[in-house]
Design a protein around this ligand. Structure first.
Ligand code: CAA
Length: 258
């Protein structure tokens, strides 16, 4: 791998995007590495939660790689967007939670990547936006769809049509970001939250993620049916037996994710 670091501690995999010469911008090679690495993390039994961040103090990810995109034909650009969306959709469909730790600029494909994660913590220095229209294009890694769902179509339209950057604090107020921290407290805070998730029953977390992500694309009646079906499935697992027995026996549960 040329552009990614992975470090796993106590079930939490820290996945760092590292392409300093282009503020961690996503080129084709990086997208392939990201997709392959996320697939490996999904399969890795040691990993319970993934934290996604950018190397350095300046950027999470400054977007798709503009130098690479500049030469693209329409079919190549369509394929590039499809490849980016494949990564976004994979994160959304992973059984394991993925938390974005936005340490700096999250622009274009960078914000789209952060939005694919289950939730976002950000440094108070972070600036986020979808500046594609300033390049004569539009968001292509799911940004129009996910931003409107996250903050509503009016605020999303303003951000997309102007391309302006928005502070982490404002996006906290708008509900896109869960927590804003001083820069040096970002990773410790995210790891603290990830550790809480790593210690609960992962089958329950995976089913809840499935219900949350897929429920957003359903009407409420179907969403309720989907939820009760997933709820029922968990009662065939050892973790449900263990979690409830431990509660009744007043001891800590030991989940084995089966
Ligand atoms: N692609 C390629 N290279 C990039 C890049 C990107 N998205 N963003 C930054 N870089 C490169 C710069 O070209 C520069 O390289 P050189 O040193 O070789 O000149 C280096 O990173 C440092 O960047 P700057 O000198 O520009 O740093 P700055 O502090 O002056 O500005 C910035 C920082 C505001 C983030 C600015 O770099 C910027 O505006 N970047 C582009 C942001 C952008 O438009 N992103 C959207 C891309 S389109 C997209 O993502 C499509 C999609 O939806 C899939």
């Amino acid at each position: 791998m040329n552009h990614l670091f992975v470090e796993t501690t106590n079930g939490v995999a820290l996945l760092t995007i590292n392409r300093p010469k282009a503020l961690n911008a996503l080129n084709e090679e990086l997208l392939v590495e990201l997709y392959d690495t996320l697939q490996a993390l999904e399969q890795d039994a040691e990993v319970k939660v993934v934290v996604l961040t950018g190397a350095g103090e300046k950027a999470f990810v400054a977007g798709a790689d503009i130098a690479e995109m500049a030469q693209m034909t329409p079919p190549a650009a369509r394929e590039f967007a499809r490849r980016g969306q494949q990564v976004i959709l994979f994160i959304e469909r992973m059984k394991k939670p993925v938390i974005a730790a936005v340490n700096g600029f999250a622009l274009g494909g960078g914000l789209e990547l952060a939005m694919a994660c289950d939730f976002i913590y950000a440094s108070e220095k972070a600036k986020l936006g979808l500046p594609e229209v300033t390049l004569g294009i539009m968001p292509g890694f799911g940004g129009t769809q996910n931003l409107a769902r996250a903050i509503g179509p009016k605020r999303a339209s303003e951000m997309v049509f102007t391309g302006k950057m928005v502070s982490a604090q404002k996006l906290l107020d708008w509900g896109l970001i869960n927590e804003v921290t001083p820069a040096d407290e970002l990773l410790p805070k995210v790891k603290e939250t990830a550790a809480l998730i790593a210690k609960v029953g992962l089958l329950g977390v995976a089913a809840a993620k499935d219900a949350l992500v897929n429920g957003l694309n359903m009407g409420k009646t179907d969403g309720f049916k989907y939820e009760s079906s997933l709820f029922g499935n968990l009662f065939a697992t050892q973790d449900q037996q263990e979690g409830m027995s431990a509660f009744l026996e007043k001891r800590k549960p030991t989940f084995n994710n089966r």
